[in-house]
Design a protein around this ligand. Structure first.
Ligand SMILES: [Zn+2]
Length: 105
């Protein structure tokens, strides 16, 4: 796993969620290999999509965010949309990461 590989996703959707989460924090994240499975009968483990952050100055922060993402309570609630800015927020977050508006309800 290269230094710039921040997160190895189980599938392309998961990779996109993590990428969007990092970008919402101002980190220039990219998803790689998300289309390599197309046409293949099965997905080799080493071909799983990965989220990369190429800027070394952002990698530590990115790893912390991914770690929090992975350790977050999975049953905390379903994903929600911020009423203030319309940002899509994952269920384990109680506040909008973009504008800090609390989860409604
Ligand atoms: Zn918001």
């Amino acid at each position: 796993m290269a230094e710039s590989d921040i997160y190895l996703a189980s599938d392309a959707v998961n990779a996109e969620i993590v990428k969007d989460m990092l970008r919402a924090h101002g980190i220039d994240a990219h998803v790689e290999q998300k289309n390599t499975w197309m046409g293949a009968a099965s997905l080799p483990a080493n071909m799983a999509p990965r989220v990369r952050v190429t800027d070394p100055a952002q990698q530590q922060r990115a790893r912390e965010l991914v770690s929090a993402f992975e350790q977050g309570p999975v049953d905390h609630g379903s994903a929600w949309t911020c009423a203030e800015c319309g940002e899509f927020i994952l269920g384990q977050f109680d506040r909008c990461w973009y504008c800090d508006t609390p989860r409604p309800g």
